[in-house]
Design a binder for this molecule. Sequence first.
Ligand code: PMV
Length: 332
Amino acid sequence: MKVMRSGNGVSHAKIILIGEHAVVYGQPAIALPLSKVKTRVHIEETNNGKQILHSRYFDGELLHAPTSLAGMKHLIEHILDEHSLTASSFNMTIKSDLPAERGMGSSAATAVAVIRALYDYFELHLSPAKLLRLANIAEKIIHGNPSGLDAATSASSHPIWMVKNKELYTLPININASLLICDSGIKGRTGEAVASVKKRLELDQHATQTLLNKLGKLAFAAREQIAHDDPTGLGETFNTAQEQLAALGVSNKQLDTLIETSLSLGALGSKLTGGGRGGCFISLMKDQEEAERLAQQLRIKGVTETWIQPLGNASEEEKANAFKSIHGPRPY
Ligand code: PMV
């Protein structure tokens, strides 16, 4: 009896600590993986000659996937084509704990897990650089002009520092604080927000560029504060970043209100994360207990889901990998 092939791929959510939007225009950003919030892909060989997709948005032949899955469809077809495997027959199941359109990198996490599963299924070698290149194929279709930050963080088990097309290396985060991640309950609008920043840059280049430069400076400040275990300073940096993001037009009323509420309830700093105009925001808290208390209080105010990420736990492996370039030389 023929042994049927199978393959698996896993990835996780990401949170941008600082630098969203500005990263698209060459400023640095810091992002961290949320390893507990996972996307899993499983592929089973079949003999019906079809490529079937099972996911929360679509169940059916890949051929008939809706336009909302165009990035994923194109990515799978690209990989099959590249390796002359278009005649393959399989069922692919995508299961994700990530909320979609909340600034947690759901599309990039799915792309990374799908690529890993396909390479596992076909027993092909997958280098980190190739994984990123492929993940960005899907991201480009979804977001138009992605910085690559989502894909890089979904593929990394360590926090990262990134400057688009220039610097990408691991950044150990060992700061005595906890990060509370909150879902505002409103769909984020990354594509729309990215397009509006582009438009703003065309209409008022000087003022917009000043905001983007300021966000870049804040990313450098955050890196220093992380290196020197300065949660108070990092909280202030979050608040200043939120002011710039609001001035860029990528926050919204609900986020502004929830962020202000967080601050009045004791957060050291709070800002939106990801594309904005909805989605998630993050609040820096003194410790885990404080983060749990704020999470409970914010749920009463309309926050729909919360996650807590301790920041004081850089592993020995992470410290050993500090400033290790993911591809390319160490930048400084
Ligand atoms: O909303 P998300 O999780 O896709 O994050 C988008 C981050 C941006 O900086 C706004 C865009 C990008 O490509 O980096």
